[in-house]
Design a binder for this molecule. Structure first.
Ligand SMILES: NC(=O)c1ccc[n+]([C@@H]2O[C@H](COP(=O)([O-])OP(=O)(O)OC[C@H]3O[C@@H](n4cnc5c(N)ncnc54)[C@H](OP(=O)(O)O)[C@@H]3O)[C@@H](O)[C@H]2O)c1
Length: 242
């Protein structure tokens, strides 16, 4: 299979690297303004707002055009298949970065869907179908799991300054806690993974934590309050099912 990767950003670079290492003949990643060589498949790894323009320019240069966008329903894109890796990429990942991850696929034809499946198989990713009417919910789940985790950890880093920790110290000390928490959630589910004062019904400690945050990082309070409430609900659910 010959594949042209268009867009050399955070996803395009590791994707081209991984496809090449897996034995595909890969052109690119092609940067803006470069002539795109013809191939069996073109994978558009451009920003979402650029997909329509890029797809328009590419018709005729490939048998099939795919998009890696997670957000857009396939029917709204002028491409043949969707291929969204359920992972976060910053650009410097190695060739194994796709091994074992999920990959949401969709196709406008049987052939296009088969190619999306083949690409996932080639990289060792687990392909699963996502229909257009499920795409927004699928993408929201991915954003909550990945993007909002980062927002939450940035808040923890901020609050940790009140304990005299620099951001780098906070990240080094909190990272093992975060990794174990995520591992427990993945293996046991949310109710069993939940520990801490809210799950123990220790509201005195929660109030003490809240006061400390109000004093040093008041901008974090709305997030703290809403998450305490949500966590109380989860703890209640855990007790009901225990
Ligand atoms: N990063 C992730 O974790 C991730 C994960 C799953 C899916 N995705 C999907 O991957 C796509 C790209 O995201 P990204 O995070 O890689 O974005 P990004 O880092 O901003 O990279 C986008 C790249 O596309 C280039 N580009 C834009 N228009 C182009 C055109 N017409 N021709 C050639 N190159 C063009 C940009 O070049 P310029 O700098 O010149 O604008 C930039 O290098 C999005 O659809 C996103 O949903 C990303």
């Amino acid at each position: 299979m010959t594949v042209t990767v268009v867009g050399g950003g955070r996803l395009g670079r590791p994707l081209a690297r991984a496809l090449r290492a897996a034995g595909a003949v890969v052109h690119g990643p092609m940067m803006r303004g470069e002539t795109v060589p013809s191939a069996d498949v073109v994978l558009l790894c451009v920003t979402d707002g650029e997909i329509a323009g890029a797809a328009d320019m590419l018709h005729g240069s490939a048998a099939l055009i795919g998009s890696v966008s997670g957000a857009n329903p396939l029917a709204e894109l002028d491409v043949d298949f969707g291929w969204h890796p359920l992972q976060t990429f910053v650009g410097d990942e190695g060739p194994d970065a796709f091994r074992g991850i999920g990959c949401a696929i969709a196709g406008k034809s049987v052939d296009a869907l088969a190619v999306a499946q083949q690409l996932a198989d080639l990289l060792g990713a687990h392909a699963f179908p996502v229909a257009d009417d499920q795409r927004a919910a699928y993408h929201a789940a991915a954003s909550i799991a990945s993007n909002f985790t980062v927002t939450l950890l940035a808040a923890a880093e901020n609050v940790a300054a009140g304990a005299g920790l620099t951001p780098a110290e906070a990240r080094a000390l909190l990272a093992p806690l975060v990794r174990r928490t995520i591992e427990n959630w993945a293996v046991r589910g949310p109710e069993a993974a939940l520990t801490g004062p809210v799950s123990r019904g220790d509201e005195r400690t929660v109030t003490r934590q809240r006061d400390a945050i109000a004093g040093r990082s008041p901008e974090v309070l709305p997030l703290f309050d809403v998450l305490c409430e949500s966590t109380r609900g989860l703890a209640k659910k855990g007790r009901a099912t225990a």
